[in-house]
Design a protein around this ligand. Sequence first.
Ligand SMILES: Cc1ncc(COP(=O)(O)O)c(C=O)c1O
Length: 373
Amino acid sequence: MKTLNRRNWLKLASIAGAAPLLKPLDNFIYPNSPIDIDSMVDVDYVRLNYNENPFAPSKKVKEAIINSFDISARYPGKPINELERKIAAREGLDPKNIVVTGGSREGLKATGLIFGLEGREIITCVPTYYALMSYADHFGAYINKVPLTKNLEYDLDGIDARISSNTSMVFICNPNNPTGNVLDPEKLKSFCESNAHRTMVFVDEVYSDYITTDGYPTMTSLIKKDLNVIISRTFSKVYGLAGLRVGYIIAREDIAIRIREGLQAGSNVLAVVAALASLEDEEFFRYSLNKNNEAKELIYHTLDELGLEYIRSHTNFVFFHSGKNINDMIREMKKRNILIGRPFPPLLDWCRVSTGTIDEVEKFNRALKAIYS
Ligand SMILES: Cc1ncc(COP(=O)(O)O)c(C=O)c1O
């Protein structure tokens, strides 16, 4: 029997209404032939919109998942403990400082819920990765938004000036999404040290694995000093496990306990096994970093040729000044089968493109040149 692809199934479902939904859904999940993976993702498109790693999962990670399949009948407590121990050892911390989450987004949401419920204020710069604030806003927090500086960097002085007794948290994304830039290490450290006694400081370090030069200002040293600092990291980026959903929070033990209590689903056995294997796969990690740098250089080269301003990125995406409305850019690129990043107001004439395989980046470069020809 022919399997319905997702688009056709959605069409059918919307025409048919809710009643007969079970039948096509059954067919979709349990076809007689192997599951039609192509129908589950937009394979027609070059996906440069979600900052994923196009080279993953690595061979070693795939093997680890397959070899662990039998334990998927068991709850994930034991492998999660092992992952927390491994991460803690790498960071020179205690496992009680680590909370494994269902993607770092779950950690952001749990934190947003806890601090949102206090009904106070969260200060952040915009644009940034907004998941924590969206959630906190939903639960009653007031979001105090500080614009980025002229150079499109996080405005730490601007945030500092707004902190008051009503501020329950400051959110900083470093490197920032969508700009891809990093803060000066000393400046961020002194900001955190001087403000962590006034409020909680959350630092999203999801893209930190892309920074291989010395001096990246991870704030883990402040957790060793028991300050009010929370850090989030992920296995979705260089490690390439975005679809498996595994990330983690690093925080003082009492804060970690509160966040753990706020988790909704957590991660799962196979994701955690994959994360453990990925930590051992140094070769794939290096390969991903090298390919990412190669891809960024190709994008920079085209932007230079076109005379378009951009920010040198410490991540797996590039933010550039297209000078065109982002919705038009998205449409123009989509016509050429390429998906790029969403709008990041108020920078509506800037565009975020993720790195992909070299072939995908070349397609993007050709499309960009065509748009500006
Ligand atoms: C800055 C930042 N933080 C967090 C996330 C969430 O990532 P995940 O939930 O896959 O760990 C993303 C996703 O792109 C991101 O850009």
